[in-house]
Write a protein that binds this ligand. Structure first.
Ligand SMILES: C[S@@+](CC[C@H](N)C(=O)[O-])C[C@H]1O[C@@H](n2cnc3c(N)ncnc32)[C@H](O)[C@@H]1O
Length: 305
């Protein structure tokens, strides 16, 4: 399950204005920072703290193993942009990295601090409050799919390229263009013609809009086609080094918890995903994709070698 299907939530359509991605309503969470009101309202429901332990267990396992594989050995300095409640920041800090988490949702910053992430602050991927070349590693595990406009995603990537050291790494996750189709089949959401209309729009544009705010159908987002990722990163001074499936082709697996509750079956499943994680013809079947990039030399500000 690639998104946040908490069907027990109340219907929120009544309190959210209908909007398309180009007409973003914003809320000021501090004097400087304006956040998309929909993102804020979505996460203010408090789903993020437990999501990875419940509906997104495979995403967590695979993202953790990929981080371990690609991040340099501790200690490094890590900026976790859109770090949520600290799901990855905390283990990285425990492993000896010096981790700074930023997130535009005050609840997440509070939860991350409570969980033990000491350097957690309000911040926005599109405009970072850090000096050039400050971090060895910059994580963008979430913000890119919350930025439906390409220019805003480019701004976030350029900021990541600016604050990372020239020899550093930018690690991002995106949602696949085909995630809602696959999830709609698995869950049966596609039987609802409103969901089918959303999926048609997703496929045509990448922009996922849930105008009636139906619980379980996610919030406004951008779903990347695997074939567009390299160019998008390139256009923002980031050179893609690896593009890998996070969950792999597991969307149809209705008994995923049975696999994950059994250590031996989990190991078999993880080995199966690893064997096809970089297979181009299967990338789009993974709910999330993992991107490892380096800043292009031209992203260095003038005067700094
Ligand atoms: C699905 S959560 C992912 C949290 C965590 N990184 C993870 O992988 O589990 C997406 C996160 O992106 C954050 N986010 C949304 N828009 C953002 C923006 N413009 N800048 C930075 N973070 C943003 C959200 O507040 C949320 O914490």
């Amino acid at each position: 399950m690639w998104w946040f299907p908490d069907l027990g939530d109340q219907v929120l359509g009544a309190i959210w204005p209908r909007r398309m991605p180009s007409a973003v309503h914003t809320v000021f969470v501090s004097d400087e920072l304006a956040v998309d009101a929909e993102v804020l309202a979505y996460y203010d429901q408090g789903r993020e703290r437990t999501r990875l332990e419940r509906t997104s267990r495979l995403e967590f396992l695979r993202t953790s193993e990929l981080l371990e594989r690609f991040l340099p050995a501790a200690p490094t300095t890590v900026l976790d942009i859109g770090g949520g409640a600290g799901a990855y920041a905390l283990p990285l800090a425990r492993a000896g990295h010096d981790v700074t988490l930023i997130d535009p949702v005050p609840l997440h910053v509070e939860q991350a601090r409570e969980a033990g992430v000491q350097a957690a602050a309000i911040g926005d991927a599109r405009s970072l409050q850090f000096d050039d070349h400050t971090f060895d590693v910059v994580l963008l595990l979430g913000p890119l799919y919350h930025l439906p406009d390409r220019d805003e995603r480019l701004a976030a990537l350029r900021e990541a390229a600016r604050v990372v050291r020239p020899s550093g790494l930018i690690v991002a996750s995106v949602i696949s263009r085909f995630a809602s189709t696959l999830d709609g089949i698995q869950t049966g959401f596609l039987i609802d013609e409103r969901f089918e209309a959303i999926v048609r729009h997703d496929l045509a544009t990448g922009q996922h809009v849930n105008p009636q705010r139906v619980p379980g159908w996610f919030t406004t987002a951008y779903f990347h086609h695997p074939a567009e990722i390299e160019d998008e990163f390139n256009d923002a001074s980031c050179l893609v080094q690896e593009l890998l499936a996070i969950e792999g082709p597991t969307s149809g697996l209705h008994d995923l918890d049975v696999w994950l509750d059994d250590a031996e079956r989990t190991a078999i499943l993880l080995r199966a995903i690893r064997r096809v994680e970089s297979e181009p013809s299967l990338l789009g079947s993974s709910s999330h994709l993992f991107v490892v990039a380096t800043p292009t030399p031209s992203s260095a500000p003038s005067g700094i070698s």
